[in-house]
Design a binder for this molecule. Structure first.
Ligand code: TRP
Length: 350
């Protein structure tokens, strides 16, 4: 098994995808297809780690799994050249997570800030799955021996944990790993985060200091990937700004979170840098810039919304994409699991 440069990333099927998901994740997913073999996974097993009141129940889980799949494809992910599937179809994720549960240490998991945030005050009431979430995430990545993982800032700690788990596995089983023909002793690679693109952090349209979020009570705070052209235009026209004209240089955006966010969105959608955007619009009226931003958002996002609509209207087609992807993912995961079981010393069918 030669080490190939392989990208893996996962997105939870939890509804209400928005511009932050698009610019923060999907745009990078599409770009990485040019240079890497990519596996993009709808992580339905991660989605059920909080209470059913949070994830919405079986029908909602199924709907959201299809919706995220549709969003990948509508954004330009190619499920034929690369792999798109939902996590629960490939049993290797759960199997490897068990081995990793026995490699990872309580002390490591106790440091995870996302668990503390999500569990809130009543930690005793959190599910064991929520606590174990980062171990399953390590298994997601390493069951494909993926080397590169596009993730947002908030997932960096989890990715470090994945590296720690890979490293401890490689150390704990060093002799066995060599004994099974992995002469460099590196059975699992240490996966690296990939953070690209100018506008990775998209903020609320109502408050430039808060992240754009699916759970914000104001729908005007975000542009949903399913919003049509009129809705997108109305939300941008209403977006909070300050009374100053746009600066001509990036430094002038300091202390102006709303202006900075809108310029960042323009940059992300156009592929220009913020400096280039300001070179074009700096010094001019904010309203001119907003008009241009409306046009850009509608041009880029309305076709995605209509393609998503077309796809989700045909659930059998979406499911067939996930099934085909899962078959190809499984072929890779099975090879890793055979070797991992041999390394650990588990007897298996030959
Ligand atoms: N935890 C990630 C998130 O919430 C989702 C995820 C699950 C993931 N498994 C992964 C991301 C593996 C990257 C790689 O965003």
């Amino acid at each position: 098994m030669a080490m190939v440069e392989r990208v893996f990333s996962g997105v939870q099927p939890t509804g209400n995808l928005h511009l932050g998901n698009y610019l923060g994740a999907f745009v990078n997913f599409v770009k990485l297809q040019e240079t890497h073999n990519c596996i993009y996974c709808v992580v339905d097993m991660h989605a059920i780690t909080q209470g059913v009141d949070v994830w919405g129940g079986p029908a909602e889980l199924t709907r959201c799994t299809r919706e995220v799949t549709a969003a990948f494809i509508a954004s330009g992910v190619d499920p034929k050249k690369h792999i798109v599937f939902n996590q629960s179809q490939v049993t290797g994720h759960a199997e490897l997570a068990w081995i990793f549960n026995c490699v990872a240490r309580m002390g490591w998991l106790n440091r995870m800030t996302q668990f503390k945030d999500k569990a809130g005050k009543d930690r005793e009431a959190a599910s064991v799955g929520l606590y174990d979430y980062p171990v399953l995430m390590a298994a997601d990545i390493l069951v494909y021996r993926a080397t590169h993982v596009p993730v947002g800032e908030d997932q960096k700690q989890h990715l470090e944990l994945s590296r720690d788990i890979a490293q401890k596995f490689n150390n704990d089983f060093a002799d066995s790993i060599r004994g099974h023909g992995f002469n460099d002793g590196l059975f699992f690679p240490l996966p690296e985060p990939v953070i690209t693109g100018p506008a990775t952090r998209v903020m609320s349209l109502r408050d430039g200091t808060k992240k754009m979020s699916k759970s914000d009570s104001s729908d005007n705070s975000r542009i949903n990937l399913t919003d049509d052209a009129e809705t997108i235009a109305a939300k941008i026209r209403k977006a909070k700004t300050d009374p100053e004209p746009l600066p001509s240089e990036e430094k002038g955006l300091e202390g102006r979170p709303e202006a900075d966010n809108l310029v960042g969105i323009y940059a992300g959608l156009s592929g220009l840098s913020k400096a280039q955007v300001l070179a074009e619009f700096g010094g001019g009226q904010f309203s001119n810039f907003k008009n241009a931003l409306v046009e850009l958002c509608v041009t880029k996002l309305a076709p995605i919304a209509s393609e998503m609509k077309r796809l989700v209207a045909n659930p059998d087609h979406v499911d067939s994409i996930l099934i085909d992807g899962a078959e190809r993912a499984e072929a890779i995961a099975t090879e890793t699991m055979k070797a991992a079981k041999d390394i650990v010393g588990f007897i298996r069918k030959r």
